[in-house]
Design a protein around this ligand. Structure first.
Ligand SMILES: Cc1ncc(COP(=O)(O)O)c(C=O)c1O
Length: 405
């Protein structure tokens, strides 16, 4: 049995010291690790300067810390640092691609493909792009276990009109792990690019971006034990170089005159304005923490938590679990409905007992429509989750049933 949750490293979450809290909502936002908090305090207390602009020691130290974080983040996922771009969050990173790449490359007659299980962040920007560019928006369906219909993807690709396939690595609403390297290969074989939303995957499992080979891969810091306010876009360098910038302003330029603006090199070209220095440094420290735990260990632990939850939840009468049946094919979350009880009531009663879960459509309304539900209740697991947390969840759901009987 995995013991990762008992290690001092995995218990370093000050916010979880609060008595009675069973935190099962890391898919929404993870707790921030002490190392990340310390790294940000260290920056603010000892190295507070702006990055890339000034030569005095405070600013030089800040630049070193910030660029060091970028280097470690990029190396951890096996991608070039200069093609690893800091954004505000995953949503901004996808919008960056949809605006900067999309407005330059997509027009009437072209098709953008997404899937029915996408988070709205990987759905709405592409929908907006298609509406503006006069392109076709196609949504690949999922089966009853919420697995992607790859034949439908192939059929869409066979039209020869697809410019971009945008899918999630792990579904935040059903937990499905998508075969992203395979999807990227299919897209490339048809002459399309691929944009993978790795928001739920990066904190949970080993990710090697060279192996996946996507043109864009996106994730967010606050779900990876880091701070809010920072996301990451990894782009294929030659694609990023050929794209126009997203936001204009300071830092992203090489030179500016009335006649002409020349853009900076990567990554500065896509990082206009004063950057999220503390948050970038904090995310670097969160990544150090995950690297030290080892992503194989993280995955093994969370898969075990998920398998235990799937097993125990089956005992509850009237429960319907969304997504793949076995933990090996899903990320570390379980979303469910309880016959005759609204998910918000479930979450409220659970919350009153200290069990923190999320109820709602999880920003995945097309998927909710597919399964004819307005909402689900979702429990998600993390490096600090234990079997006792799962037991508390199950006990609290039994209590919900008793209240509604
Ligand atoms: C799969 C997925 N993609 C994208 C996002 C958006 O992340 P952010 O709000 O940090 O931009 C989320 C957040 O819930 C998510 O779960």
């Amino acid at each position: 049995m995995s013991t990762i949750a008992d290690t001092p490293l995995a218990t370093g979450f000050p916010s979880l010291a609060r008595e009675g809290v069973v935190y099962l909502d890391s898919a929404a936002t993870s707790q921030t690790h002490q190392r990340s908090l310390d790294a940000m305090s260290d920056y603010y207390e000892h190295h507070r300067g702006t990055v890339h602009r000034s030569v005095y020691p405070l600013a030089a130290e800040a630049t070193e810390l910030f660029e060091g974080a970028r280097d470690r983040i990029a190396e951890w996922l096996n991608w070039p640092a200069r093609a690893t771009i800091f954004t505000k969050n995953a949503t901004e990173a996808i919008n960056l691609v949809a605006y900067a790449w999309g407005r330059a490359n997509v027009g009437p007659g072209d098709t953008i493909v997404v899937s029915e299980m996408e988070h709205h962040s990987n759905f709405v920007p592409w929908h907006l792009l298609c509406a503006e560019a006069g392109a076709t928006f196609t949504c690949i369906p999922v089966d009853d276990e919420c697995m992607l219909d790859l034949d439908a993807l192939d059929a869409a690709l066979a039209t020869g009109t697809v410019k971009m396939v945008a899918v999630g690595h792990v579904s935040n609403a059903a937990g499905t792990i998508n075969p992203v390297a395979d999807i990227v290969a299919r897209a490339h074989a048809a002459g399309a690019l691929a944009c993978i939303d790795g928001t739920q995957a990066v904190p949970q499992m080993p990710v090697d971006l060279q192996e996946i080979d996507a043109d864009f891969y996106i994730w967010t810091g606050h779900k990876a034990y880091g701070p809010t306010g920072v996301g990451i876009l990894h782009g294929r360098p030659e694609v990023l170089e050929a794209m126009p910038p997203f936001l204009g302003g300071g830092h992203m330029i090489a030179s500016v005159s009335v006649e002409e603006i020349r853009f900076g090199t990567l990554p500065a070209k896509f990082e206009a304005g004063t950057l999220q220095v503390a948050e970038g440094i904090g995310l670097g420290a969160a990544v150090d923490f995950l690297a030290e735990l080892g992503m194989e260990n993280v995955r093994a632990h969370e898969q075990e938590m998920c398998a235990y939850a799937l097993e125990r939840l089956q005992e509850i009468p009237g429960i319907e679990i969304m997504g793949p049946k076995d933990a090996g094919r899903r990320g570390a979350l379980v979303a469910f409905t309880l016959d005759g009880i609204h998910p918000h009531d479930v979450a409220e009663i659970l919350g009153s007992r200290g069990v923190c879960v999320r109820a709602g459509h999880h920003c995945a309304q097309p998927l909710m429509k597919r399964f004819a539900v307005a909402a689900t209740t979702r429990a998600s697991f993390a490096v600090h989750s234990t079997r006792a947390d799962v037991d508390a969840l199950v006990d609290a759901i039994h209590e919900v049933r008793r209240i509604f009987e």
